[in-house]
Design a protein around this ligand. Structure first.
Ligand SMILES: Nc1ncnc2c1ncn2[C@@H]1O[C@H](COP(=O)(O)OP(=O)(O)O)[C@@H](O)[C@H]1O
Ligand SMILES: [Mg+2]
Length: 396
């Protein structure tokens, strides 16, 4: 079995790990593999056999246990950062893509790959972790390079653009393509077709950890986006990354609306919430308290309530610039509350809205953006992330 430490992009060099950590990772790797094999067998039984209801129930329990096992193993595989926490800052997308291309362009040139880059829209700024997104892009370029190792046409095309509330980056190659039966599996951890290849066959770079796309998917989903593949075996492959424009501040061609915010009073922080009226709606008192304290520190005028109905009452009474809303309230779903806010206030009087959620995957991003939500904060978040998200949202 391959050593997980082969994937230099995702893991520290072996020298940076203690022998015990290294062993733990190896064991975790084996565990994850076993869990994957177990899941494979279970899926196979589901697929092949007609099961009695009772057996089906039993098997579903086993499947869920094996998923837990895989998830534990993955946490062990990422002990420092499980899952790595995104440090999201307002970042211009096209320059980020350009920078990542600069890293690989000499090596692409060397192996005869032509590079095409098209930026369809003027630049857009998104709330994202530039390091993580670069890591995703580099993985896609590397896969593309490896896929074109033996093809006569070698073109890597990168496009950035926007579509239906999403910024997108398309990475297309003229490589070997992905057989239909593999297309659903490539995002699974440890799925690789490169394990048996020599470095030469893999395009001069040893690959085969099968973690690149799994990591890409996790990072993109952690940003509230998605990654899709379309591939024609023998013709080439396109990966498209969608990142929500709504967790964003659309860049207004260099105009910096920071100017109309009151000047910073005490600290040298760039987050200026002086005079901003913010309402927190969260049924967890300790969370309410800490966020309130944090925002007051930045000069905001903050109210905090625990119930959706109280929130609605406050919104009718007072003009807020921003509402920070927990999606899972005890008296009503956050989505329902957002609908009520929208129907209570005319569009021009509606506050900006940021949703706080247990996990990005828990929330229906499309629905939330149609309800006017500007950004989603995944709990637990760091204060800096809270400040950056609020600043970006208020500036948008
Ligand atoms: N651009 C591509 N063209 C063809 N196959 C690809 C491409 N990208 C990924 N794949 C397939 O998906 C598999 C998983 O990719 P990845 O998760 O990056 O792991 P690895 O590159 O280590 O194999 C690859 O082994 C390959 O079979
Ligand atoms: Mg790869």
């Amino acid at each position: 079995m391959k050593n997980i430490l082969d994937d230099q992009a995702s893991y520290p060099a072996p020298g940076q790990l203690s022998a015990m950590e290294q062993r733990a990772r190896e064991v975790a790797h084996e565990l994850n593999n076993l869990a994957a094999i177990l899941s494979g067998h279970i899926e196979f039984i589901f697929f092949e056999r007609k099961l009695s209801l009772e057996l089906e129930k039993e098997l579903k329990t086993i499947r869920s246990l094996s998923q837990n096992l895989a998830s534990l193993a993955r946490q062990l595989l990422h002990p420092d950062n499980s899952p790595p926490k995104a440090k999201k800052v307002l970042t211009e997308l096209s320059p980020l893509v350009q920078e990542s291309l600069q890293i690989v362009s000499p090596q692409l040139k060397r192996v005869g790959i032509k590079l095409w880059v098209i930026h369809h829209q003027p630049t857009v700024s998104l709330l994202l972790d530039p390091d993580q997104i670069s890591q995703v892009l580099l993985n896609l370029y590397l896969n593309a390079q490896q896929a074109m190792a033996k093809t006569a046409r070698k073109v890597l095309s990168i496009e950035t653009g926007q579509e239906a509330g999403f910024a997108l980056v398309k990475v297309s190659d003229t490589g070997c393509g992905i057989p239909i039966e593999n297309q659903a599996r490539i995002f699974s951890p440890f799925f690789t077709t490169k394990a048996q290849q020599s470095a030469e066959a893999a395009g001069g770079i040893l690959g085969g950890s099968g973690l690149g796309l799994a990591m890409a998917k996790r990072i993109i989903e952690d940003h509230g986006g998605s990654i899709k593949v379309s591939s024609q075996p023998g013709e080439g492959t396109t990966f498209t990354i969608f990142l929500p424009l709504n967790a964003v501040s659309a860049h207004d061609n260099g105009c910096c609306p920071e100017d109309d915010l009151p000047p910073l009073s005490t600290s040298t922080k760039t987050f200026r919430l002086q005079g901003r009226r913010i309402l927190i709606i969260d049924d967890e008192p300790s969370i309410r308290q800490i966020i309130k304290k944090a925002l007051k520190l930045q000069g905001a005028e903050v109210d905090a309530v625990g119930a959706g109905s109280d929130g609605l009452r406050m919104i009718r009474k007072k003009n807020y610039d921003l509402i920070l809303l927990d999606l899972k309230l005890q008296d009503m779903p956050g989505e329902g509350l957002l609908e009520m806010i929208n129907s209570t206030l005319p569009e021009s009087a509606r506050p900006r809205k940021i949703v706080m959620s247990g996990a990005a995957a828990d929330s229906n991003q499309g629905l939330l953006s149609s309800l006017g939500v500007s950004a989603i904060l995944c709990k637990p978040f760091e204060l800096e992330e809270l400040y950056t998200t609020i600043s970006a949202t208020l500036r948008a």
